[in-house]
Write a protein that binds this ligand. Sequence first.
Ligand code: PLP
Length: 360
Amino acid sequence: MTYLDYNATAVVRPEAAMAVARALEAGGNPSSVHAAGRAARQTVEAARTRVAGLVGVAPGSVTFVSGGTEANALAIESARAAGLERVVVSAGEHDSVLENARGALVMPLDAEGVADIDWLKANVGEKTLVCLMLANNETGVIQPVAEAAQVVRAAGGWLHVDAVQAAGKIAIDFTALGADTMSLSAHKLGGPQGVGALVAGTRATLARRLHGGGQERGRRAGTENVPGIAGFGAVAEVSGHQVEWRDELAERVRAAGAVVLGEGAPRLPQTLCFAAPGFASELQVMSLDLAGVMVSAGSACSSGKVKASRVVEAMGRGDLAPYAVRISGGWASTAQDWRRCGDVWLEAYARIAARKREVA
Ligand code: PLP
């Protein structure tokens, strides 16, 4: 089996599985004062320190939540509660941002999938919440977050950065980027699903979405997901890249007639998005799956259906959107995985092309 769909969810790293198992075995509620409770608290705080280190902040800036979706929702709700009513989102944002920021103004993308900072300058307005992801989940394109931060800061706004796809793949410095809040999700870097974090800088006050006990310093009630948090802490680091293997595959599919998307922009080192006109995304995903190669068409839609890529459409390439696929590797991927993906894809593409010639 060849798994190249890390942007949907990464293969769980053994360190994470071990940390989860250890925390489950140890038990204890971090709010209890006895020895088991104190040990669980220690597990949570050690993980907080590691997650904080991943983005270069103090541990107190990290609030553990249930994943990237909750982190995005909490950031948007917090900014609104702080009086920022005008909201701008980039056209490439994940659904968990778009759905929580309905009615927002949309910052367009250029043909390479990069958000238009000149548009932002002209539209930022006073007291605006701007949501700009650090790296796009479909194309891997890295966004000009630091530039956006300057614009947002000058206007007295709030910059929320969804770093769910970037974390663990590239180095991140929260302060240098100038973010006010930042979302992270453990399962995109080899940790367990259902745990993430919202990082908040000193200018951001988080709203209380869940009321109850005073966990997470009153910012997020509910007994902490200790095993999940322990697993997150165990993988909070940048893992190896695979640019060469990714680019070798890009060359092969391009030679066959595919168009590589976002190639002119800085991208995550393990993501490749391309479109092969005439070879529908769904058919590509299914053909590869039949041969044991798992990839995806744009973002993994919750219904399991394949939709034309909204991000590729936003890049002005609506003509290519129905034909786009995303290949994304990670810590356990090998050169062999990338090569096999290319072999299988090229075979399937040749078969489709031959069939089309027969019909014509
Ligand atoms: N943001 C981005 C860019 C994502 O790719 C994802 C997951 O696909 C999310 C947020 C949501 O994260 P989670 O699955 O942890 O809720």
